[in-house]
Each structure stands twice: as C-alpha cells, then as structure tokens.
Design a protein around this ligand. Structure first.
Ligand code: HEM
Length: 221
C-alpha cells in the first residue's frame, strides 16, 4: 500500500478523481442535462462538492493514524485546493447569474440572508489558506503560525455545514449527516491534541534531548 501511495502516478490518479465531479458536470452541460434550472443545478452541485472536499481534506489526518498510512499526507494539499476550486465555481454561479456581478446587491444579500453570510465567511476564510498552501509560504510563516492559520479549515467546514443547514427548508437529513461527520472529525482532532499534551512517559533509554526527526507540519490545505 505504501508503495502505491508513494508511486509517481498516485497524485495523478487522485487529481483525476478530484476532477471527475467537474467532468460529470461538463458532460451533463454538454448533453443538455442540467435540468430545467441549470443555474440552480450547478450551484447545488458545486456547493455539495465544496463541502465534500472540505470533509475529505479534514479526514486525511485521522485516516493517516487509523490506517497507519502517514503517506496519505501527500494528497491533503491537493484535496484542499480542490475544495477551493469548487467553492470558486460555486461563488461564480452566485455572483454571475444570481447577482449579475452587482457587488452592492451582493453585499446587501450577504448582510440580509444569514445562510449567505456564513457561506461567504467560509469562502473568504478559505482564500488565505489556498494562497499560503505552498511550501514557500510554509517556510515564510514558520511551522507554528502556518499550522495555526490552517486550523481555520475547521471553522470553514463549520461555516459550510451551517450554511447548508440554514438554506435547506424541509429535509435536514443530509446537512445533519455532514454535521455528524464533521463532529466526529473535530472530536478526533480534540482527542489527539489532548493525547499529545499529556506528559509522555520517558523510556529508560531516552534522554531529554529534543528529537531531530523532521516532522512534517500537518498542513490542512
Ligand atoms: C465554504 C463555503 C461554502 C460551502 C461549503 C457551501 C456549500 C453549499 C451547499 C452544500 C449547498 C446546497 C447544495 C444542495 O442543496 O445540494 C449550497 C447552496 C448554496 N450556496 Fe453555498 N457554500 C459555500 C459558500 C457559498 C457562498 C460564498 C455563497 C454566496 C455568496 C453561497 C451561496 C449559495 C447559494 C445561493 C446556494 C443555493 C441556495 C438555494 O438554492 O436556496 N455559498 N452551498
């Protein structure tokens, strides 16, 4: 499994998998199957995939531990950037056909409709994460500050779930399912932070010297 994850092709395979929802959308558009309300269809489709990619990105860390596959980290940045790509398309379907690029109208809507406010907040918070997702920015900010900034992905996912919950009028099952998945991911994060903060018993052969093993900062995007 490790060899598979580290192979040259694995990133390409994950990239193509991430692109497949977009390819499906393109195919539906090409074959005239975007329903009677194409804007709404694309808006919902891209919103759904933004949330899914956010949750998939967040699940990488617990899965690395659970499956003992540390190399899964190779795909996290790409997954996070796909969440950003899908939210950009989602936002575009709002600002263009919905608002006709009318920024004043958009601000009014952001202020007036709470589900738009919280979605917009999630989108705005995702921008610095996407911009600083490179190794260069990781170095410039320093591991600790970079990690603190990238923890915002939890806040963004919470915004996404609330946004979805608030916009749904009757059947709340799907937003609640996403909320449950997010709650599990948050709990696993909390548990691992608590375990890390507990003083570790020092094995007799260990000294108090700091470890020089290079630990990859746990990037979120
Ligand atoms: C992290 C950011 C965001 C996430 C995760 C997200 C997610 C979603 C989801 C899951 C849906 C519902 C899809 C469905 O019903 O199948 C949706 C719908 C929608 N979103 Fe977002 N969204 C985000 C940001 C935004 C932003 C920035 C805007 C606009 C400013 C926006 C505007 C809308 C609108 C207008 C709808 C359709 C509402 C309706 O049909 O009643 N979203 N979004």
């Amino acid at each position: 499994m490790r060899n598979l994850l580290l192979s040259r092709w694995s990133k390409l395979v994950v990239f193509l998998a991430c692109l497949s929802p977009f390819a499906y959308l393109f195919w539906r558009a090409y074959s005239g199957q975007l329903t009677a309300n194409p804007v709404e269809f694309v808006q919902h489709f891209t919103g759904d995939w933004t949330l899914r990619f956010l949750l998939i990105t967040l699940s990488i860390t617990p899965l690395r531990r659970l499956l003992n596959l540390p190399d899964l980290i190779r795909f996290r940045r790409m997954l996070g950037l796909f969440a950003f790509t899908y939210v950009c398309l989602h936002f575009l379907t709002y600002i263009w056909p919905d608002q006709d690029f009318n920024l004043a109208g958009m601000w009014k809507d952001v202020a007036k409709r709470p589900f738009i406010t919280v979605g917009f907040l999630g989108f705005v918070l995702l921008i610095p994460l996407a911009l600083t997702s490179t190794k260069g920015w990781m170095r410039r900010l320093g591991g600790k500050r970079w990690q603190a900034l990238h923890r915002l992905i939890y806040v963004i996912a919470i915004c996404g779930v609330i946004h979805y919950y608030w916009l749904v009028k009757s059947d709340h099952r799907l937003p609640l399912l996403y909320a449950a998945i997010l709650a599990l991911l948050l709990l696993s994060r909390l548990a691992s932070s608590l375990l890390k903060s507990r003083p570790q018993p020092v094995a007799p052969h260990e000294t108090s010297q700091p470890s020089f093993g290079v630990r990859e900062p746990s990037s979120r995007l």
